[in-house]
Design a protein around this ligand. Structure first.
Ligand code: ADP
Ligand code: MG
Length: 700
């Protein structure tokens, strides 16, 4: 059966070399199997017919029965259009073609009863239907196998070359005829009965030619489950194989660095979530396998201390550790924060960034190679070839989304064996997405903020209320607080954005004059040293207002800053807004986030702003973001292949995804070699999928 489905599409009746070529190029359909897995986008009720005098000005697809009574060609700016007069006993409308006119003239006959199908437009007193699907009435009736007719994905080229939806339906019918509509089962009996899944052949038939709404729903459910199940299955196997193959350094020793820090220097009680995550990390580090863990935690959830305590586990076992951050400012802040702890514990620590001097670099390189240096913190500079560790045991990467996979793996190669890797991200990835994209990583989540944090009050204000906002700023400064004012900076409009930033800075300087008020300004065009100088002034409390572009987005920690004003907030994405807001609310005082916008807002902008005002839960925000932007955009092109699903939808079908993952895990736990007879079908399907590469498309 499988081999039959691998037959090239050219051999199917009604497909010929030209069509085969188009199907390959336009839809990636090479084999019978691919065609079978071309699932409809939607379904249309084709038992309903409209009379011409019943047509409405809506954009619904409609069917009309009638006859063509005349053709005419109309000259227009570019080329001509072909117009047919189409009539029934209630009125007249027009059918219009801008392309493929010769084929129409050669094939459609006057005064013959046709069923036409498509969207209608109202134009100079008449309805017209551009590029309708046209069928002879008797053919139409013969073809009408089910009330719900599938609408398949198409491309402009396909419809231009006459491969209409009608034709696709026909060749799929042909495929069912040739194969007898019987396809091998691909899920095990126990799974099917537990989840009440209909059989494979039934599902495929009903997804293409639904006999009823109910059967269509069952067919879709079964096929979505199957698709997600095998992706999860694959990812979990990848993870297991990785664990079995790549040996890590077992950190089995609980040493004095960790215990000393825990008992004597920990500045606060860990949250339960931090404790749980540390346990997960410890379990990984203590095993023989190399850790590959993603640590998700909202801004301010306290990832740094978890990172530091994980490093102590490495040090206690005689290994070095490193922490890599995406920006210089953030590296410095990590370094300054951890320096104090390191000094107390007598740990040698250094920072390495793009602006480290050559003489310092040389010292650091030497101390790393000799093993004298235990902890290295820095930026991408850590990835340079000259940076060689004596024995790197743990690499921690902060703010993962800024580093590519290739860069991550570069750290692997700094050693004879790969170090354990902990990737930390403050951009919560919706669980469903994380499961698919990072299904091969282990995931830990800090889902709790340290006690005593006051929720940040978030409001949306229009530009015309700026004076009130300024008054509010003045009051907060009087109370001793500090203020961020952030401007968007987007590459495409960089020059204009800089102008906005500078204009804003000027007007703020006028409203908040020296010497009473001091203002810092930080943006990407400044030299790193100047940026740092301005940043430090703000951190030390010498300036009350920080005017900046998004360079402050990541990580800076100024607990006394209590107000975040985001200018042109409608131009920021949700995750960016959330990150920016996370800069405040770090101290004991009530904090505020003010989203400033102009009056005209798109629907998406309104949703983003309303979401920010409503919630500060990063996961909830990420879910909205996913819905607004779609998965590909959210994760970057790099990983979008992962989400190239045929029938399931990662957002709408997240319950099915969860169930698929659960069952894939359970199966591999109960029968890890798939040796039970009832699981042979899963093994065979998995092998087929790997053999024919289908599933690999999903994975990087
Ligand atoms: P993020 O997860 O955003 O990197 P940080 O690690 O910078 O968060 O922590 C934010 C702030 O919360 C820091 O000032 C840190 O010292 C503090 N913090 C972390 N954990 C706790 C805790 N359990 N209790 C109180 N404060 C904590
Ligand atoms: Mg952080």
């Amino acid at each position: 059966m499988t081999s039959k489905l691998q037959t090239p599409i050219d051999y199917l009746k009604g497909v010929g070399p030209n069509r085969a070529d188009l199907l390959r190029k336009e839809l990636g359909i090479h084999t019978y199997q691919d065609l079978l897995n071309l699932f409809p986008n939607r379904y249309i009720d084709r038992t309903r017919y409209y009379k011409i005098n019943q047509l409405q000005q809506s954009n619904a697809d409609v069917q009309v029965i009638g006859k063509i009574t005349a053709f005419k060609e109309v000259e227009q700016k570019r080329g001509k259009r072909l117009v047919a007069t189409f009539q029934d006993d209630t009125g007249v409308m027009e059918l219009v073609w801008f392309r493929g006119q010769k084929w129409i003239r050669d094939n459609l006959k006057l005064n013959t009863t046709y069923v036409v199908f498509g969207k209608t437009n109202w134009f100079s007193g008449k309805f017209n239907m551009p590029h309708p699907e046209v069928e002879l009435q008797e053919e139409h009736e013969n073809n009408l196998r089910s009330a719900m007719q599938p609408v398949y994905p198409s491309t402009e080229k396909l419809s231009n070359r006459g491969i209409t939806n009608r034709i696709i339906i026909k060749i799929i019918q042909e495929l069912f005829l040739e194969t007898g509509g019987r396809f091998s089962e691909t899920l095990s009996d126990p799974l099917r009965s537990e989840l009440k899944l209909i059989g494979k052949s039934d599902a495929l038939f009903n997804v293409h030619f639904p006999k009823s709404q109910e059967l269509l729903a069952k067919a879709q459910f079964r096929l979505k489950f199957e698709e997600l199940f095998y992706i999860q299955f694959q990812l979990i196997i990848k993870n297991l194989v990785h664990k079995a193959k790549i040996k890590g350094f077992p950190f089995d020793h609980v040493g004095s660095y960790f215990t000393n820090f825990f008992s004597n220097h920990l500045p606060f009680e860990l949250t339960n979530a931090q404790k749980r995550v540390l346990k997960e990390i410890r379990a990984d580090l203590g095993s023989n396998a190399q850790m590959n863990r993603l640590l998700q935690g909202d801004v301010g959830s306290g990832k740094t201390i978890v990172a530091f305590m994980s490093m102590l586990m490495a040090l206690d076992n005689g290994f070095q550790a490193c922490l890599m951050a995406p920006t210089e400012i953030l590296s410095v802040q990590h370094y300054n924060g951890l320096l104090e702890f390191c000094n107390k514990l007598n740990i040698s620590v250094q920072i390495l960034t793009g602006s480290s001097k050559t003489s310092e670099r040389k010292k650091i390189h030497a101390a790393l190679e000799s093993g004298e240096l235990q902890v290295l913190i820095g930026t991408h500079a850590l990835l340079e070839d000259k940076v060689k560790f004596k024995n790197l045991g743990l690499a921690i990467i902060d703010e993962q989304h800024r580093f590519g996979v290739a860069q991550r793996s570069k750290l692997w190669h700094k050693n004879t064996s790969p170090p354990h890797v902990l990737v930390m991200t403050a951009t919560p990835i919706p669980r469903t997405l994380a499961m698919s994209v990072y299904g091969d990583l282990d995931i830990s989540v800090i889902d709790e903020l340290p006690a005593g944090r006051k929720p940040i009050k978030t409001v949306h204000r229009y530009d015309k209320n700026r004076l009130n906002v300024f008054k509010f700023i003045r009051d907060e400064i009087t109370k001793g607080r500090q203020i961020y004012i952030v401007y968007p900076l987007i590459q495409e409009s960089e020059a204009l954005d800089y102008k906005d930033l500078m204009d804003g800075y000027e007007s703020i300087s006028r409203d908040f004059p020296m010497p009473k008020y001091q203002i810092s300004i930080v943006h990407g065009k400044m030299k790193p040293a100047d940026k740092d100088f301005e940043m430090q002034r703000f951190i030390k409390g010498e300036t009350q207002i920080m005017v900046a572009t998004t360079v402050i987005e990541v990580g800076v920690n100024v607990p006394n800053a209590s107000v975040m004003i985001i200018e042109s907030a409608e131009r920021f994405g949700l995750s960016q807004l959330h990150q920016l807001r996370g800069r405040v609310g770090r101290g004991a005082e009530q904090s505020y986030c003010i989203l400033m916008t102009g009056h005209k807002l798109s629907d998406d902008s309104k949703t983003r702003l309303a979401t920010m005002v409503r919630t500060s839960d990063g996961f909830e925000i990420a879910e909205v973001d996913l819905r607004l932007r779609g998965p590909g955009d959210l994760m970057g092109t790099q990983q979008s292949g992962v989400l190239n699903l045929k029938i399931a939808d990662i957002i709408k079908d997240k319950d099915i995804l969860q169930s698929a993952r659960f069952h894939a895990k359970k199966l591999l736990k109960e029968d890890s070699k798939l040796s039970k007879p009832e699981n042979k079908v899963v093994l065979d399907t998995y092998r087929d999928l790997s053999k024919y590469k289908n599933i690999w498309n999903y994975i990087s």
